[in-house]
Design a protein around this ligand. Structure first.
Ligand code: 6PG
Length: 481
């Protein structure tokens, strides 16, 4: 066979097809394959003029059309279908070839697959790809895990097709085995958090000021010219400005208010709990989606008493939109601080050695959470790679401190009007808990010792202590002496 492909894509549903087209548009010869041949034929027929494709109608033909080391991107449904396809291709590949899973796999599955394929002499790269269908075609943010060696051959191609910010590719080697999928998982968790905060802002502007969705779209458009400049704010303005063709009503008012999820947010929360990282913003955002979906609970409690909801007036109303902007920014800092802490914790647990600044850098473009803000995060980690939390970095610290009065006033207004703001509220509680001199955790320790002799530590002496609560007057005693 003459011309060979530098990379192949199997699984040509929209994401796989768009990645293949993106690669071809960048001058790479791409082998394309799909379980049913029709998709392969369609791709070549419709988009064949965009670059060099080698259509293959069997796995064997596909593998034979690839240059060595062979690089095969698998873009099939997560879970069992991915395992089946990996297994099939592993049997056809040779030592040193690279299998890439570019779907939203759970990082624990990626670790398992990487170990199994390594045994068979293959490199396995679990990579996060963010940016949806459009991103896959025009430049996504790419988060590849796997061996350094695999990145040597695969990295340049992925960097080529990724989004660029000031000429920098939004793609970097994240770390071994599951690191890439872990980072993509946290990306999605942060995405949930960011979306929830934006949704709360909308709810507040509507309830407290009586603004229409179209007017709120204008507010978001203005915010998008400042420090909140981001893809999510931009599309929110477009969604809010959209009118439903069938009814003439604002689109947002005809959509069922039950948010769904494919599960990456849930994974982020589960892993956050396992690692002991307080990712409260992501958790509240995920729970807010599940609460919205509980039609039964909501129906059973409809009509429960709430406060009167007269819109604000006077000076309070005048500054409210600006206050919400400040609350949104501060809560967003908290959400991202928590997400980066989760990556830090995962990296320590699995010895991935993830460069947080590089993560911020490749999230600046291509992905769903892309934002100007991420350049500030990149800069913060460039200045201090071991930053314990973004809240401790100069710029963010100052911005949140400056905004805290407005933030508090927005949460207070929300409470007063009975507008649920779990995202804003938990972010503020996190901020206050971190900065607290003393936390009531001391009392919790006392309670635990009382009912379960679980012991406690003291602030003035080393060691572990227990108090004999039942017998009056018996002094506390150290357990470890
Ligand atoms: C991306 C998105 C993408 C996605 C998720 C989240 O980075 O391109 O995060 O992965 O839209 O599937 O979707 P859910 O809201 O359905 O969980």
């Amino acid at each position: 066979m003459g011309n060979k492909a530098s990379i192949g894509v199997t699984g040509l549903a929209v994401m796989g097809r768009n990645l293949a087209r993106n690669l071809a548009r960048h001058g790479h010869t791409v082998a394309v394959h799909n379980r049913s041949g029709q998709r392969t034929r369609d791709l070549v027929e419709e988009f064949g003029s965009e670059g060099q494709f080698i259509p293959a109608y069997s796995a064997k033909e596909f593998v034979e059309s690839l240059e060595r080391p062979r690089q095969v991107v698998v873009m099939v449904q997560a879970g069992a279908p991915t395992d089946a396809v990996l297994d099939e291709f592993a049997g056809l590949l040779d030592d040193g070839d690279v299998l890439v899973d570019a779907g939203n796999a759970h990082f624990a599955d990626t670790r398992r697959r990487e170990a199994a394929l390594r045994e068979r002499g293959l490199h396995f790269v679990g990579t996060g790809v963010s940016g949806g269908e459009e991103g896959a075609l025009h430049g996504p943010s790419i988060m590849p895990g796997g061996s350094k060696e695999s990145y040597e051959s695969l990295g340049p191609l992925l960097e080529d097709i990724s989004a660029k910010v000031n000429g920098d590719p939004c793609c970097a080697h994240i770390g071994p085995d599951g690191a890439g999928h872990f980072v993509k998982m946290v990306h999605n968790g942060v995405e949930y958090s960011d979306m929830q905060l934006i949704a709360e802002s909308f709810d507040l502007l509507r309830t407290a000021l009586g603004y229409s969705p179209a007017r709120i779209a204008e507010v978001f458009r203005t915010w998008n010219t400042g420090r909140l400049d981001s893809y999510l704010i931009e599309i929110t303005a477009q969604v809010l400005a959209h009118t439903d063709a069938a009814t003439g009503k604002p689109f947002v008012d005809i959509v069922a208010d039950q948010a769904e999820q494919k599960g990456t947010g849930r994974w982020t929360v589960q892993i956050g709990l396992d690692l002991g990282v307080p990712i409260t913003g992501i958790a509240e955002a995920t729970f807010a989606r599940s609460l919205s979906g509980h039609a039964d609970l909501r129906a059973a409690t409809r009509g429960l008493a709430g406060p009167s909801r007269a819109p604000l007036s006077g000076a309070e109303a005048e500054r409210f939109a600006d206050d919400v902007e400040q609350a949104l920014y501060a809560s967003k800092v908290v959400a991202y601080a928590q997400g980066f802490n989760q990556i830090q914790a995962g990296s320590a647990e699995y010895q991935w050695n993830i460069d947080l600044g590089a993560v911020a850098s490749i999230w600046r473009g291509g992905c769903i959470i892309r934002a100007t803000f991420l350049d500030d995060i990149r800069a913060a980690y460039a200045e201090e790679p071991n930053l314990p939390t973004l809240l401790a970095s100069g710029e963010f610290r100052r911005a949140v401190e400056d905004g805290q009065d407005a933030w508090r006033s927005v949460v207070a207004t929300a409470t007063r009007l009975g507008v649920p703001t779990p995202g804003f509220s938990t972010a503020l509680a996190y901020y206050d808990a971190l900065r607290a001199e003393r936390l009531p955790a001391a009392l919790v320790q006392g309670q635990r010792d009382y009912f379960g002799a679980h012991s406690y530590r003291r602030i003035d002496r080393d060691g572990t202590f227990h108090t004999e609560w039942a017998s009056d007057g018996r002094p506390e005693h150290r357990l470890d002496t």
